[in-house]
Ligand binder design. Structure first.
Ligand SMILES: [Zn+2]
Length: 194
């Protein structure tokens, strides 16, 4: 899918974290895929987005949870794209991910009470997933739900937020997917008139 989007990006808008996660964390949907490769991609993505990554082996161990969150984001987006609301089950699933996120600090004694240290308690990768789910939750609460779309190009299916004034965008990027659709229509017309 990546090679479809090598052109310059659309004019800058603030990207939603959950949209970026659904589109660029190119985790295979199937567990039998190459896990170490996926872990590498995911760790790099988390790092690039300022999210906690923990160690590579922990990222590998938590791949199923990230894949699950990615599937959830895409399912919610598909509902909205079809003009429907998220289901109760989807909302409960988002809340479960959010609940796993919080962490707290704990004061510990060291050297038999001679000193203290403060350590964060909680799983870094749970926090990363919670940040992604939080971005989705805030989007659902604060934005026009009809503007979250799934690209109409079947070979793409990226998520995007339609920020055009008219709100009728069908493709994630006019210069790639939109242009392919235009070329295909043009060819079909040429064939029909031939
Ligand atoms: Zn697209």
């Amino acid at each position: 899918m990546n090679d479809l989007h090598t052109g310059a990006p659309e004019p800058a808008t603030e990207p939603e974290l959950f949209v970026e996660f659904a589109n660029t964390a190119r985790l295979s949907a199937e567990p039998m895929a190459d896990d170490s490769h996926d872990a590498e991609i995911l760790a790099t993505w988390l790092d690039e987005h300022g999210l906690p990554t923990a160690g590579r082996s922990r990222v590998t161990a938590q791949l199923p949870a990230f894949r699950g969150l990615r599937a959830l984001v895409r399912e919610v987006a598909a509902r909205l794209d079809g003009g429907r609301q998220p289901t109760r089950a989807q909302i409960a699933a988002i809340n479960r991910v959010l609940r796993e996120g919080p962490h707290y600090h704990a004061l510990r004694t060291e050297d038999g009470g001679a000193g203290f240290s403060v350590m964060p308690v909680g799983d870094e990768l749970d926090q990363a997933r919670s940040a992604i789910a939080g971005s989705l939750a805030h989007y659902l609460a604060d934005h026009d739900l009809q503007r979250l779309r799934v690209c109409a190009d079947d070979s793409c299916r990226w998520l995007f937020v339609d920020r055009s004034p008219a709100g009728r965008r069908r493709w994630c990027d006019m210069r790639t997917c939109g242009n392919r659709a235009k070329v295909a229509r043009h060819r079909a017309r040429a064939r029909a008139s031939a």
